[in-house]
Design a protein around this ligand. Sequence first.
Ligand code: IPM
Ligand code: MN
Length: 355
Amino acid sequence: MKLNIAVLAGDGIGPEVVAQAIKVINAVGEKKGHQISYQEAITGAAAIDEVGDPYPEATHKICMEADAVLFGAIGHPKFDNDPTAKVRPEQGLLRMRKQLGLYANLRPVETFPSLLHKSPLRRDLVEGADFMCIRELTGGIYFGEKGRSEDGNTAFDNCVYTREEIERILKLGFEYAMKRRKKLTVVDKANVLETSRLWRQIAQEMAPDYPEVETQYMFVDNAAMQIIQWPKNFDVMVTENMFGDILTDEASVITGSMGLLPSASIGLHTSVFEPIHGSYPQAAGKDIANPIATVLSAAMLFEYAFDLKEEGQMIRKAVSASLDENFVTEDIDKSQAKKTSEVGDWLAAYIKKNN
Ligand code: IPM
Ligand code: MN
């Protein structure tokens, strides 16, 4: 099969972790006889420095023409500490999501048997935890009108959702629940927010169409607590943009390291595959960041963008093997502290040898 992949490595550790995912994709491609081509494009702070725009039109064009996008990370401390900056790297990510119509962000939270001891939670709580968080990605407070009063001392961010936006993401939630353990948790703040009340109303209208699915409604503060208290309660969770952002950072650490969780963003045009972690600027260029989240995003890329399930499995098996053998970066085991590039080489070699 011919696979045309756009590569947006971005900032910080982005280029390093993406390079490892590419080694792994190439190893799989070689084994399975796929012809893979990569189109690199700039984004984030790197693109601001080069052309003054974190998601230039030329980059968008490359994404639109590709079959899938592999994305690293964006963000740079020089912007984080400057609240007056007009152009910010994150705007690039948000514009990419909007322009590609990526309304759903799928963030699977899975635990790895060999890493259970790394979780901040007790083993019996995390063992077997496995849920999918579906985060709405192109609406809500991230994209509502925002601004300041004339004197600069009052600020606002509007949270807006339309029925159409809510229906399409809930539909995905119900469909995923049907494919999994048939339990859907709709997370909102319907006791306070009007947008949440509309979410809940629409979910209640749709639920009878999925009689096999047990639909549960949960306020976001309660969900934040239950993710820690009893993560096995969840199968599929669906929620709005900002709640999903916050809850998935929380959920990611129960697996032992934030450097492990991948994501797929799907919608109207090309799908994007990216780790859920950020650009980790302190580690940039040091060859110490954990590449697993990006490597597992590559597994999702095969599975979701090309329906190549075996290819995805080849990557997952290699990742599990590396964890079992404790061939890991310092975030998992300081006494091992393998380099980012060494882990990438190990995974690619494993795939070549064992398939
Ligand atoms: C994420 C990130 C982004 C978000 C930032 C970088 C804009 O935290 O993908 O979760 O908030 O969506
Ligand atoms: Mn986030």
